[in-house]
Design a protein. Sequence first.
Length: 138
Amino acid sequence: MRLKEAEIKKARIEMVPLIVSFFLILVYFIYSFLSMSVHKGIHLNLPQSTTAIQEKADHHDVSISKEGLLYVDGKLTEKSDIKNQLQVLYGASDKKDFNLYIYGDKDAPYGEVICVLGIAKGIGIGKVFIETRAEPVK
């Protein structure tokens, strides 16, 4: 009686698990990039606005806490030094693309917000935005 010889199979690479693995890695990186935050300021209770627009442009910010403390790009700053810091930031940037965002707590002193606006205007900053929180749709 003759026995059948065992066939020798060549090794092969399965493509489906390889493709699935690459897609999972791609999804992980996309998710991690989308979860990064652009906000450089401190946590504030922003006032609400029905016309608020979210913009993700590169910018610098001045935050004003409810106690009246001033922060430039998240760093505590003396009121007397804010003009110098904004001049340095504005001078080191491409002036036409410079955006300054003012994050004022809803309980912050109104005079501090106006003071920062006046300093920005005096320096020559043309694009100054006051940040608000979008009001929930009813």
